[in-house]
Ligand binder design. Structure first.
Ligand SMILES: C[S@@+](CC[C@H](N)C(=O)[O-])C[C@H]1O[C@@H](n2cnc3c(N)ncnc32)[C@H](O)[C@@H]1O
Length: 292
C-alpha cells in the first residue's frame, strides 16, 4: 500500500484503502477526493443550541457521542445508519482532527465532529428533545481522589441528558471501570429504563471504540448498557431525583490506570503531554476551535 501524502494527521492512504487500528478495521473505505465531505462543526453558535436541520441540511434523528475520542463509533454508526445524523464531540483537538479526516475521506455527509466540553454541550448546546440517542463510551474514571468532581456522569449530567433526548430517546453507556459501572447502575435508573447489554455489540464484536478494543484485547471486562428516557417522570420530579442522588465519589481503583497509559500510546507526543497535563492540573477551559 503506498502513501499518497502526509499531513498533521499522518499519511493519507490511497483510495480503496481500509485503515486498521489495533489490528481492527476502522469502518468504511477511503474514497477518491471527489466525494469527500466537510465533517467539521468548527464553531458553536453564540445563539445557543445547535440547529441540527441547518447543520445537516435535513430533518433526521440525531445521535450525539460525547468524549468520542478518534470517532470510531461515530464512523461505524454513520455508515451503518445513513438515515441518522451523528455529532461527535471531544475536548482534545487532536483526536477530533483524526476523526474529521476519516469522516471526510469516507464521504460521510451525516457526520460532524466538534471540539468541545461534554458538560457544556449537554447543558447549553442541545435543545430539549433534540436528540434521538446519546452515547458515552468509556468516560474517564479519574483515579486521583481529588479529581472525582471531573467525572462526566453525575446526576446533573443525567438530568440534562434526559432533557436533551426526545421522549423514548436512547442513552448508551459503556465503561471498563467496575466502580464507575456500579455508580451508573445506582443513578441512571432514576431517569432511564436502563438495561445491561450482555456481551459485545453485535454490530462491532471486536469493539465499537478504540478503548473498548484495547480493554477486550487486555481481557478486561467491558460494561455496556442501554437506557430509554423515562416518560413517567415530569421535569420537576427529574430535578428532585437529581438533587437526591449521590455524586460520583467512588474509588476508581488506581491499579486500572495502566489502560489509560496504553490508550495514550496511539496519540501524538504533544497530545499525550496535553492530556497528561489536563489530568494532573486544574480543569481546562474547553477549546472550542480547531487549530488545524
Ligand atoms: C477514555 S477516552 C474514551 C474515548 C472513546 N469514547 C473510546 O471509547 O475510545 C475518554 C475521552 O473523553 C475525552 N474527554 C474527557 N473529558 C471530556 C470532556 N469534559 N468533554 C469532552 N471530552 C472529554 C477525552 O479527551 C478522551 O478522548
Amino acid at each position: 500500500m503506498t502513501e499518497t501524502s502526509r499531513g498533521k494527521t499522518g499519511p493519507t492512504l490511497p483510495p480503496g484503502s481500509i485503515e486498521h487500528e489495533l489490528g481492527v478495521p476502522i469502518p468504511g473505505v477511503i474514497l477518491p477526493p471527489e466525494p469527500w465531505t466537510v465533517s467539521a462543526l468548527r464553531a458553536w453558535s453564540a445563539a445557543g443550541p445547535v440547529d441540527f436541520p441547518a447543520l445537516f441540511g435535513r430533518h433526521a434523528p440525531v445521535v450525539l457521542d460525547l468524549g468520542c475520542g478518534n470517532g470510531r463509533s461515530v464512523l461505524g454508526g454513520a455508515i451503518a445508519r445513513p438515515e441518522c445524523d451523528f455529532l461527535g464531540v471531544d475536548n482534545l483537538p487532536v483526536v477530533i482532527r483524526y476523526a474529521r479526516k476519516r469522516a471526510r475521506q469516507r464521504g460521510l455527509a451525516n457526520v460532524r465532529f466538534a471540539v468541545g466540553d461534554a458538560r457544556d454541550v449537554i447543558a447549553r448546546r442541545i435543545a430539549p428533545g433534540a436528540l434521538a440517542e446519546l452515547h458515552v463510551y468509556h468516560p474517564q474514571p479519574y483515579y486521583q481522589p481529588g479529581h472525582a468532581s471531573r467525572r462526566l456522569l453525575t446526576p446533573l449530567f443525567l438530568l440534562q441528558a434526559h432533557r436533551a433526548l426526545a421522549p423514548g430517546g436512547r442513552l448508551v453507556l459503556q465503561t471498563d471501570n467496575p466502580a464507575y459501572w456500579k455508580y451508573m447502575l445506582e443513578v441512571v435508573p432514576a431517569f432511564f429504563d436502563f438495561h445491561e447489554q450482555a456481551g459485545p455489540w453485535p454490530d462491532a464484536p471486536e469493539g465499537r471504540t478504540r478503548r473498548e478494543i484495547l480493554a477486550r484485547q487486555k481481557h478486561l471486562p467491558v460494561f455496556r448498557g442501554v437506557g430509554t428516557a423515562r416518560t413517567d417522570i415530569d421535569p420537576d420530579q427529574a430535578r428532585q431525583a437529581a438533587e437526591a442522588l449521590p455524586p460520583p465519589a467512588f474509588n476508581a481503583d488506581r491499579r486500572l490506570m495502566a489502560l489509560d497509559r496504553l490508550e495514550r500510546t496511539g496519540l501524538h507526543p504533544r497530545a499525550r503531554r496535553r492530556r497528561r497535563r489536563r489530568e494532573k492540573g486544574p480543569s481546562q477551559t474547553p477549546d472550542q476551535g480547531d487549530p488545524e
